[in-house]
Design a protein around this ligand. Structure first.
Ligand SMILES: C[S@@+](CC[C@H](N)C(=O)[O-])C[C@H]1O[C@@H](n2cnc3c(N)ncnc32)[C@H](O)[C@@H]1O
Length: 467
């Protein structure tokens, strides 16, 4: 039999996966949403795509195959044209986000956009920006210059009334949801990418692992890491804004990403979990609610832990009042004073730092570890994009041919995060072999790297024990 062309193989993969999704939707009573749907609240659990592991895999295959299809059948010059214009797409999206377009459309319904936008400079131009976005299925143009929200644009909804947004713009991002994250990425951190070549081609910065030599820090002229800058006087607004962005980032993964990252129930009552660089304690909030037998310390810079304590006093006061959960100002480059931890937990910390800095952090924890202390690290653990026989398929490189093993363009979050970390902080999302080498340098031994089912990207809890 003649070998099937990649076109036919991709087409078969899509057809089989669509059949599987329709069946699972019926079995699980979940929906197969339409792009035109604009739900007032996004409820991923009601959709078939994550309903079962099989559904998740089928949707990844469809996304990867669909985008591979597009790269295959379009002339390369056109595909590349889109890639080089990516900043224009985000520029358009940023204007719509900052100008509250989605919120305005939520209240207005299909209206001439210029009628509803209250900023004079944003009228005709906005329709042009929205048309570019509509061409990518973000918003829908229903008649000339008239747009409505759709499945993608509603993610920009702050949930606030338009009246509130115009009356108190400074509180716009004090609401749950993704807008704060998108605003951070398209605003503060977006100054970095255009500066990356300058930083990489400058011998002074090309091989530096210093946070302040990253493209974003250089672009802003920041001479201290942004974490230190957030602690400085007058930066409360910036720090709290980042905390909101991080809260949204954390929502990219379901709670089970924390609940199943370790067999918490097996720990003895009173066991101590230390969240190192724990921010305002978002991960520990999930844990503390589920496992009342654990004691928890959240460590971070002083002002961040202050914000954390304030947040917990509102959302889970009994945990902090009883002393079961405490907050501690602590610099993780300095001696770790907690010596009786059962678990040192570090989520989204190592990826912020270069190898040498990461080893310093790991060594401080190693010096404070007991023989039975377990270090749990949570970042993306990136597979290579070729079929690497040394990377266990469970790490997310199990897609069928002719897809890339990683599901290709349908699954890029981890790789995007890797470059975000490079540009923002000179950090890195690591591969299994890199991380294992870092752990060895710091006196730890990698014990387990097992993804939690149903998580996004290459989110893999890694357990390490004293070597
Ligand atoms: C990307 S955030 C992750 C926060 C938290 N682990 C989470 O999962 O939400 C990185 C955190 O590291 C903290 N951090 C940065 N430098 C630090 C240092 N030297 N000592 C302690 N915490 C630090 C920041 O304040 C920030 O809260």
């Amino acid at each position: 039999m003649a070998t099937l062309s990649h076109l036919r193989q991709l087409s078969n993969l899509i057809a089989d996966s669509v059949t599987a999704l329709e069946r699972i939707a019926q079995e699980t009573k979940t929906s197969v949403p339409d792009l035109d749907d604009a739900p007032s609240t996004y409820t991923p659990d009601a959709e078939v795509y994550g309903a079962t592991p099989e559904a998740l895999k089928a949707s990844r295959i469809i996304a990867g195959a669909g985008l591979q299809f597009a790269s295959l059948v379009r002339p390369p010059r056109e595909v590349m044209f889109d890639v080089v214009h990516a900043p224009y797409l985000t520029a358009a999206l940023r204007v719509c986000l900052e100008a509250n377009v989605t919120d305005i459309l939520r209240e207005a319904g299909p209206k001439l956009i210029a009628d509803r936008l209250r900023l004079e400079t944003l009228n005709v131009q906005t329709a042009r920006l929205m048309r570019l976005l509509a061409s990518q299925h973000i918003y829908r143009e229903v008649s000339k210059d008239t747009f409505v929200n759709n499945r993608l644009s509603v993610i920009l909804d702050t949930g606030k009334t338009v009246e509130e947004l115009f009356a108190s713009p400074e509180t716009k991002y004090h609401s749950p949801g993704f807008p704060a994250l998108y605003s951070f990425i398209m605003g503060f951190s977006a100054k970095g990418p255009p500066n990356l070549w300058e930083v990489i081609s400058n011998p002074e910065t090309a091989f530096s692992g210093e946070v302040t030599d990253s493209a974003t820090h250089r672009a802003w002229g920041l001479d201290v890491p942004m974490w230190v800058w957030y602690e400085q006087q007058g930066q409360d607004h910036e720090r709290k804004f980042f905390e909101k962005a991080l809260a949204a980032y954390n929502k990219l993964q379901p709670d089970r990403a924390i609940e199943e990252a370790y067999p918490w129930a097996d720990l003895k009552p009173g066991s101590l979990v230390v969240d190192v660089g724990g921010g305002v304690g978002s991960a520990m909030l999930v844990l503390a609610k589920k496992h009342s037998h654990l004691r928890i310390i959240v460590q971070d810079n002083e002002k961040v832990t202050g914000d954390g304590l304030q947040m917990w006093s509102n959302v889970f006061p009994e945990a902090v009042q009883s002393g079961r959960v405490t907050f501690q100002g602590h610099d993780f480059f300095k001696t770790q004073n907690v010596k009786d931890a059962s678990i040192f937990w570090m989520r989204y910390i190592l990826h912020d730092w270069s190898d040498d800095d990461a080893v310093k952090i790991l060594k401080e924890l190693r010096a404070a570890a007991q023989p039975n202390t377990v270090l749990v690290i949570l970042d993306h653990l990136l597979p290579y994009t070729f079929r690497d026989p040394n990377t266990p398929p469970v790490l997310g490189n199990d897609a069928p041919e002719p897809l890339l093993p990683t599901y290709g363009a349908g699954n890029t979050m981890g790789y995007l995060e890797d470059i975000l970390m490079m540009v923002l902080l000179n950090g890195e999302e690591r591969k299994l072999d890199n991380l294992s080498a870092l752990l060895t340098r710091a006196g730890w031994k990698l014990q387990r790297a097992q993804p939690v089912e149903g998580t996004t990207g290459f989110y893999v809890p890694v357990h390490a024990v004293p070597a």
